[in-house]
Ligand binder design. Structure first.
Ligand SMILES: Cc1cc2nc3c(=O)[nH]c(=O)nc-3n(C[C@H](O)[C@H](O)[C@H](O)COP(=O)(O)O)c2cc1C
Length: 234
């Protein structure tokens, strides 16, 4: 299964190792592409709104494009992040900001509605659910219909320090998820995604937008045929 892993950290700690263990079970080595943040996208969104005109006008388009092209051709996306101060890591948040144009209120990409995603976070104690939610919210608004999560409180600061019994539990959870992922051939787009898509469709289906900075959003929906009967999941 072609897999892209986006790590919200440069180092190879617990979150990395769990993400990698899942990928290794589900994909061959040459089916896996990995990105590390901030190594592969070392920027914050400037709030310039150039992307509203055209994605290619983002000052960081070249680096973003490499990651987005890999995402486009993957079947499975894996996101890993350590829990930092009860949230996703700052580089992961920055990545989310830099892709906001892909959100359903703007210009969702049709291919996202076919993807599977897994979000993984580890914490020493508490906070994985909030760190994971930062990412799953983004993926939902990208249109990804199948999102699974793995959060572990590891009572450790490194992968090496994790107890053998905890590692066994992690291994079991990875195996279970791996079996689920293999069973799902074409993820089903759920009611909530369809509802939000249709709500956004009503907002964007407004010819007055053509003379505003949101013109590209209007034309994106128009050119995809989404103001007519076409839908990205059909
Ligand atoms: C800046 C920073 C903030 C952290 N915040 C939390 C936290 O809010 N809750 C928690 O349980 N652990 C916290 N930790 C511990 C890490 O989440 C934990 O060690 C995690 O497993 C690290 O994952 P990694 O090995 O993938 O880097 C924090 C660690 C750092 C360095």
């Amino acid at each position: 299964m072609k897999t892209v892993i986006i790590h919200g950290q440069n180092h190879k700690g617990s979150s990395y190792n769990i993400g990698r263990a899942l990928a290794n079970k589900i994909a061959t080595e040459n089916e896996i592409t990995e990105f590390f943040l901030p190594r592969d996208l070392n920027h914050f969104c400037l709030g310039c709104y150039k992307c509203l005109e055209s994605e290619t006008k983002c000052p960081f388009y070249d680096e973003k494009h490499v990651i987005e092209s890999a995402i486009e051709s993957a079947e499975l996306l894996i996101f890993t992040t350590p829990t930092y101060c009860m949230r996703a890591s700052a580089p992961m948040k920055s990545f989310i900001d830099l892709t906001f144009i892909n959100w359903m209120p703007h210009r969702p990409k049709a291919y996202m509605f076919q993807k599977k995603a897994v979000v993984i976070s580890t914490a020493a104690g508490a906070g994985t659910s909030k760190a994971i939610k930062d990412i799953t919210t983004c993926l939902f608004y990208w249109g990804i219909p199948y999102i699974k999560t793995l959060g572990f409180s590891i009572q450790a600061m490194s992968w090496q320090e994790i107890s053998a019994s905890k590692k066994q539990k992690i291994e079991k959870a990875i195996d279970k998820l791996c079996n689920e992922l293999k069973k799902v051939k074409k993820p089903k787009v759920g009611f909530r995604t369809k509802f939000i898509f249709n709500l956004m469709r009503m907002n964007v289906n407004n010819k007055e937008l053509i003379s505003t900075p949101l013109a590209s959003d209007y034309w994106h929906w128009h050119n995809n045929g989404w103001f007519d009967k076409k839908r990205p999941w059909l």
